[in-house]
Design a protein around this ligand. Structure first.
Ligand code: ACO
Length: 426
């Protein structure tokens, strides 16, 4: 493999370093291109642009491989659990038992939000989308926790524990407020996922009966959501964080990016699509045909990087098979989803475009079975994604090559023209 790439422009040849990643990914470092040649690169949607070098998550989209810090996602899903995997993502290694206990203790200690924040929730209209509330309340943490420019490791620990722990409390409080029930406070007696389920579904008049299968399914969902390298929301976190903005506001920006239906908002869209098929009694085959004819999107299908199965979708599909077998949790929409997948994966439209189910295709069914309302699904994705966002923010801050992120553009607007006074305008 050459260690330099040659680019010939206007009759002159320039050489740029080739960077090779530990998994053999190749990149041309064009950071000196504009200064030397006057050219920039143009890459709509950043499909071919590496924005950083990272040691957190590896994806091979052609082979359907996903690894966190080198460990295959399938192995983590089988043997690990969310909080341990979150630690792995943020600190690079699995914790020993002492580190794990210290980390859990820190999460417990940070779980209460400032009581004055309760006033913020009171200001939202009834029916506000929980993602609108989450984005702004998480960003509001910046008002309670000013962050200095030069953070020492202890400051970083506080930030990590606050965000991981309090996003869960904020999500549960916003749900309770939206249904007009009293808030249930976190409890140090409960583990991370149990604590969240209890805050969501317990009430002063009724205890919440924890079902270990539901706890496991939600834990697995969080684990599978925990990171996915330079996706839209993580790139947003890196972009906003590169200006040294307050990290709580930065995570608020990441949550906003996640909300879109082409990204984390797809899990809500998938369930709404399945409900529409169920309620209108449309056959899955006719639905897929309509998608093709109208050039619409089969929600939960397709991915910028995976051109083969999304490994997270395989795991979640397996989880659906086991969880939805439980008495009371069976959901006919799972059969609709299976049928849609079967039809799409035999159809040349989807095969030729390499469109396979992504993580969101089956995840909504798990969350629905766990008792969550559909509009909370993307909130749950955000809770799971916090460790990934923090891992990238932390990596970026410690990378000596980090500069403020500032892409260029090719200007296509009017060339210079004179200002016309209002009385002379047509
Ligand atoms: N259903 C039908 N056709 C699709 C789908 C889909 N879900 N996704 C892509 N296509 C088609 C496009 O129309 C396009 O067709 P064309 O070549 O005839 O114009 C072709 O496949 C390529 O698609 P792009 O949109 O260019 O792919 P891109 O990489 O830009 O987008 C994305 C990826 C946003 C995920 C897209 O596949 C999509 O919109 N999927 C549905 C939404 C979804 O499930 N999002 C969740 C992604 S996972 C996550 O973020 C957690």
């Amino acid at each position: 493999m050459p260690d330099k790439a040659k680019i010939t422009l206007d009759g002159k040849t320039y050489e740029y370093p080739v960077i090779v990643g530990t998994e053999g990914e190749k990149a041309i470092d064009i950071s000196a291109l504009r200064a030397e040649t006057g050219y920039i690169t143009l890459d709509n949607g950043y499909g071919n642009t590496g924005s950083c070098q990272s040691a957190i998550t590896f994806i091979d989209g052609d082979k359907g491989i996903l690894r966190y810090r080198g460990i295959p996602i399938e192995e983590l899903a089988e043997k690990s659990f969310f909080i341990e995997t979150a630690y792995l993502l943020m600190y690079g290694e699995l914790p020993n038992s002492q580190d794990f206990d210290t980390f859990s203790e820190r999460l417990n200690k940070s779980s209460l939000i400032h009581e004055e924040m309760m006033n913020i929730f009171a200001g939202y209209p009834k029916g506000a989308h929980p993602m609108a509330v989450l984005t702004s309340v998480v960003a509001s943490l910046a008002a309670f926790y000013p962050v200095k420019d030069n953070l020492d490791p202890a400051d970083e620990e506080v930030i990590i524990a606050n965000l991981m722990s309090q996003i869960r409390t904020i999500a549960a409080v916003s749900y309770k407020k939206s249904i007009g029930e009293p808030v249930v406070y976190p409890s140090n007696k409960l583990k991370f996922v149990e604590n969240f389920l209890n805050m969501m579904f317990a009430s002063p008049v009724k205890d919440y009966q924890l079902d270990p299968d539901v706890v496991k399914a939600l834990d697995m969902f969080f684990l599978l959501s925990a990171d996915h390298e330079q996706n839209c929301s993580t790139s947003t976190v890196r972009m906003a964080g590169s200006s040294l903005a307050n990290i709580y506001a930065v995570i608020g920006a990441g949550i906003s990016a996640l909300w879109g239906k082409l990204h984390g908002g797809a899990n809500q869209e998938v369930i709404e699509m399945l409900e529409q098929i169920r309620d209108t009694r449309t056959s899955p085959a006719a639905f897929v045909d309509a998608i093709k004819n109208n050039k619409g999107k089969l929600m939960g299908f397709g991915h910028r990087v995976y051109k083969n199965f999304d490994p997270r979708a395989k795991i979640i599909k397996g989880l659906c098979h086991s969880l939805l077998k439980k008495p009371g949790l069976n959901d006919p929409m799972f059969d609709i989803a299976l049928k849609l997948e079967e039809i799409a994966l035999k159809d040349d439209y989807f095969l030729s475009r390499k469109l396979y189910p992504n993580v969101d295709f089956y995840s909504g069914l798990i969350l629905k079975a766990a008792g969550f309302p559909v509009n909370m699904f993307t909130v749950l994705f955000a809770i799971g994604r916090v460790p990934g966002w923090l891992a990238h923010w932390r990596e970026m801050r410690h990378d000596k090559n980090t500069r403020i992120n500032r892409p260029r553009q090719v200007y296509q607007g009017p060339t210079q023209r004179a200002y016309v006074p209002i009385e002379k305008r047509k």
